[in-house]
Design a protein around this ligand. Structure first.
Ligand code: CMX
Ligand code: CO
Length: 169
């Protein structure tokens, strides 16, 4: 990026308000970034190959998370000032899991959005106070050592929403 363009982009971002005026700081949960987009698939290896060959993404982590009922891979997209962002590919461990049920009902596609937060416990308390149902009262273990918690999609306009506090580097 040349220097003028860099300055322009910097200035543009500096002008974007990040908080709704009039709300107290305590009432606001700061979402720091889009941490990942979770995508449900039938065949993890096939989808990894697709994302690698089509978008040139690289797998940075593979895990089996029994508690969440998934076999998954994180593919790095970009680094930003608030941390990295990823595509999370999810294959269910069996049909009676969140991703397994989703695939039967809706087929492959976007399953959830994961937003970065600095403090997931504080975020849960604040969001729970607004009436949005918390699927996790307390954080659970997520990809790459993160602490995660889900919000009910019916209370977030049909979007299953995950809060992600990344493991400290
Ligand atoms: N996005 C949007 N809506 C969803 C959804 C999703 N991913 N999954 C389910 N729903 C909707 C269903 O369509 C259904 O709506 P209707 O009643 O209008 O048909 C409703 O929610 C209930 O769905 P269900 O199939 O009966 O499933 P359950 O209620 O048993 O579970 C949910 C739904 C969201 C509570 C469950 O999937 C959950 O607890 N998810 C959080 C954990 C998770 O998804 N883990 C996997 C990812 C792990 C990771 O990212 O690390
Ligand atoms: Co996720």
């Amino acid at each position: 990026m040349d220097r003028d363009l860099r300055r322009m982009v910097g200035a543009t971002f500096a002008n974007i308000p990040t908080r709704k005026p009039g709300l107290s700081r305590e009432a606001i949960v700061m979402l720091t970034r889009i941490d990942h987009v979770g995508i449900a698939c039938h065949d993890l290896e096939e989808k990894i190959a697709f994302y690698e060959s089509t978008f040139g993404l690289l797998v940075v982590s593979r895990e089996v998370n029994e508690q969440q009922g998934v076999k998954e891979a994180m593919l790095h997209v970009a680094d930003g000032p608030a941390g990295a962002s990823y595509v999370q590919l999810l294959e269910p461990l069996n049909p009676d899991t969140p991703v397994g049920k989703f695939l039967v009902k809706r087929g492959e596609g976007v399953h959830h959005i994961g937003y970065g937060v600095d403090d997931v416990v504080a975020a849960l308390e604040s969001i729970g106070g607004t009436g949005v149902r918390l699927l996790d009262e307390r954080p659970r273990h997520g990809s790459m050592g993160a602490s995660i918690a889900f919000l009910h999609p019916k209370d977030v306009g049909g979007v299953l929403t995950e809060l992600v506090q990344a493991k400290p580097r």
